[in-house]
Design a protein around this ligand. Structure first.
Ligand SMILES: [Zn+2]
Length: 405
């Protein structure tokens, strides 16, 4: 593996601390969906967005060499206008350069990208448009610009962890707290609330710009990450591993979908039966995710972190708990440390119960920091029912057999 210097500003400014429930509160503000005028105004204080050229908010990142001192870094798009999340260990990317159209074209077709940009005029007239044939996906007048920022956050966080990994064996773990999400977006269009494939764009960017040839993508959203799946289905250098609820939207991701041509074997789909929860996912991590990653030997791990497998989430019926997400974050961070110099970036995907979403993301941050989980303050074991562990075991055995694990 060869590391190339980053062309993007990526060192981080500022040390800001936040612990305990301040974190959860801050994330509730940040990880929500209220994209009101306050948030957009707040971002404009530091960024103006436009097409076709680089946008710089300030040269803060270039001036400050403290990136490696952080233990967690995150980027937000859009910023929510509050800065409660401040800690020595947790820093927010102070600037975000939106992705360029060229960055998108490594994953999406030009016809789609330019078509969406043109559709913004219509969205301006109507306020909101629903995009035909894309499942429940809509656009507002600012969707195109905001989606460029979301993809740009992921790329900037790749820069940050790669740069940090050059100077420390414990680079910060990164988390792109972004909207819109991305893992359903297919090369030719948007899908399932997703506009651009943020994680796929970041994977190509890591290869192209940093020389990180082998990318391991874990997608634990309750839905199949069909967009990411399709983008790399024939690519032997990008391993895509998705766990999702069997039969849920969009219906793809069957266990025997394992890639094609040179990419055969570098896609692993593991549909889990409804009701699968903490025990199921911990077993999947130990028996499937970890051995797969160890065999693949990635240069970076990217994670489609969907929080809609939480038992309280209204869109599906898995039984993950806040504690499950803590364990996943902790285990994946450890895996990245063992296999790829700690280079690891999480991308926010689904999550539709704002309370379980915010608590689970906050607990993921605690896992990154090595702090104890506070899941027991939120999780209620009384609402859980028995997991279908016999069926889970069958699915795991089938995946292991198909992939010679
Ligand atoms: Zn989802």
């Amino acid at each position: 593996m060869e590391l190339h210097p980053s062309p993007r500003a990526s060192s981080l400014a500022g040390n800001a601390v936040l612990r305990g429930w301040n974190l959860a509160r801050g994330l509730q503000n940040r990880a929500g969906f209220r994209l009101g005028s306050e948030s957009r105004g707040a971002r404009r204080r530091c960024c103006s967005l436009g097409f076709g050229g680089p946008v710089r908010c300030s040269s803060e990142t270039e001036k400050n060499p403290q990136l490696a001192a952080a233990r967690v870094i995150y980027g937000v798009a859009p910023a929510m206008g509050h800065n409660q999340v401040r800690s020595d260990d947790i820093v927010e990317l102070p600037t975000v350069k939106p992705a360029s159209v060229d960055d998108l074209l490594h994953v999406h077709t030009r016809a789609y990208v330019s078509g969406l940009e043109k559709a913004m005029d219509k969205a301006s007239e109507k306020g909101i448009i629903f995009i035909e044939g894309s499942g429940p996906t809509y656009a507002t007048a600012t969707t195109f610009q905001e989606s460029l920022v979301a993809a740009g956050v992921g790329m900037a966080l790749v820069d940050s962890v790669v740069d940090a990994s050059r100077i420390t064996q414990n680079p910060p773990t990164a988390f792109a707290l972004i909207r819109p999400p991305g893992h359903h977006a297919i090369p030719k269009g948007p899908m399932g609330f997703c506009v651009f494939g943020n994680i796929a764009i970041a994977a190509r960017y890591a290869q192209r710009v940093h020389g990180l040839k082998r990318v391991f993508i874990i997608d634990f959203d309750v839905h199949h990450g069909n967009g990411t799946n399709d983008a790399f289905y024939d690519d032997p250098d990008i391993f895509f591993l998705s766990t999702h609820q069997d039969g849920s939207y969009p219906g793809t991701g069957k266990i025997d979908e394992i890639g094609v041509a040179n990419g055969e074997g570098t896609t692993l789909n593991l549909p889990l039966p409804g009701g699968s929860g903490d025990v199921a996912m911990r077993t999947v991590f130990d028996e499937v995710i970890a051995p797969c990653a160890q065999r693949f030997k990635p240069d970076i791990i990217l994670v489609s972190a969907g929080y809609d497998a939480h038992v309280l989430d209204p869109l599906a019926s898995l039984q993950f708990t806040t504690g499950t997400y803590y364990a996943l974050a902790s285990n994946i961070k450890q895996l990245a440390k063992e296999l790829c110099g700690g280079r690891c970036v999480f991308f926010l995907e689904g999550g539709y119960n704002l309370q379980s979403l915010s608590y689970s993301v906050a607990d993921s941050f605690r896992a990154f920091l090595g702090e104890p989980s506070l899941a027991s303050k939120f999780d209620d074991p009384a609402i859980l029912y028995e997991e279908p562990l016999a069926k889970v075991k069958q699915a795991i055995q089938k995946a292991k057999h198909l992939h010679s694990l």
